[in-house]
Design a protein around this ligand. Sequence first.
Ligand code: AMP
Ligand code: MG
Length: 473
Amino acid sequence: METRIFENTREGIKSAATLIRSGETVIFPTETVYGLGANALDSLAVKKIFTAKGRPSDNPLIVHIADFSEAEEFVENIPHTAKLLAEKFCPGPITMILKKKACIPAEVSAGLDTVGIRIPENKIARDFLKECGVPVAAPSANISGRPSPTNFEHVFEDMNGRVAGIIKGENSRVGVESTVIDLTSDIPTVLRPGGISVEELSEVLGDVLVSSELKDDGIPKAPGMKYKHYSPKGQTFILKGNVTDVAGFLEKRSKVNSVSVLVFDEFIEYMPKGINVISLGGKDDPKSAANRLFDALRECDALGVREIYAPEIPEQGLWRAVKNRLYKAAAARIIDAKSAKSVLFVCTGNTCRSAMAEGIFNISHKNAVAISAGLFVNQSSAEENAVKAAAELGTDIKNHIPRQLTPELIENSDIVLTMTDSHKKSLVGFENVITISGFVGEEKDVKDPYGGDMEVYRSCAREIKELIEKIKL
Ligand code: AMP
Ligand code: MG
């Protein structure tokens, strides 16, 4: 589809609003991130949002309105807590979950009996919403799973050709999404930390709970939380430790992989050469970190780096929102710069066994980072069945690029794990080389699934997973 680009002029806003009223999708800037909007009362229009983003249909959308006074048209009864929050924080980066009226279609609420209401503060967003004259359902305007877009270039990169229009605006001021607070429970509960901090909310409401994201039975409370989020293409880890240890670890990793580090300004000068350094702003400046975060993750993608490290983040104030996004991008993988091990998996071609091992190992939450390499590499991507088998075990190796084993890779790894005894034997002279089974006190080869059917790959992936589970570092 052809995507029309609108400038922030009266004409531009008018034309964009006309598209919304005719059931089309339009992306608009807000102070948090850019939103991908459609008429919230039109279920067909709303479905186009899910298609454009590739968003799972059980993840509800936030409904944007120009003024809080309009909320009563769409929600059942407005609790006192909502009025208090509206007075203090609206317009602004906050979304209130309230009981919905029947006019809000199930596509918006993903079948729930509640709806998220937000009144953005951004001038363009407000002009646009007023001009639309209908509530606008809008999630972040990124391809599902990718970092949220905070400027026009990000939006264009993900969404050109997928939506009817984009209103070009300035960079998002806040840079992380709105705080989502559930006002239908007895005690107001923050489901997603965001631009308004828990401390600010408590000042107005008294007791505020922060959802642990998962219920006791492991089911996510805000439906969006179960999905992979904000993820750049490179493997992302939270790296904890003092600056000397961090610099030492990164130096070591730079010898085996392409590396980016997100770092506070105060520590930039200590970072080793040969890695890409991206500033998160000052270490005491959460606003700047929030503002730069998604841009930083996208920069890593643009550079094509394969490993990304981010610092530990405090919990208070706006930091909580930054921490939430970064830890999701890292799938909560936290490693310790002083003691984390560098692991190298080796097989023949680095398209099946060792590629799957790398992927499975890196989601196993050990204090280590893995890469993989092959003795004779002649392919440029992982085998399709290996990608599928790895995906079934929860790890994504579709971007894997097979890598030729070199002595330097071995020398700069702590542990080198081969799939078979003959792989090991071909690497005589290196003391850190052992078969993966030998490392866990067993004696067997992980056989090559190449040329086998899907079941062969599946069972190979399971075998590798079982061995990895036994690895103690
Ligand atoms: P996005 O707009 O892509 O940032 O996603 C909207 C977020 O708000 C997701 O995490 C949703 O799960 C959450 N959300 C929206 N509506 C509701 C609702 N009715 N109940 C709980 N969470 C919601
Ligand atoms: Mg989103």
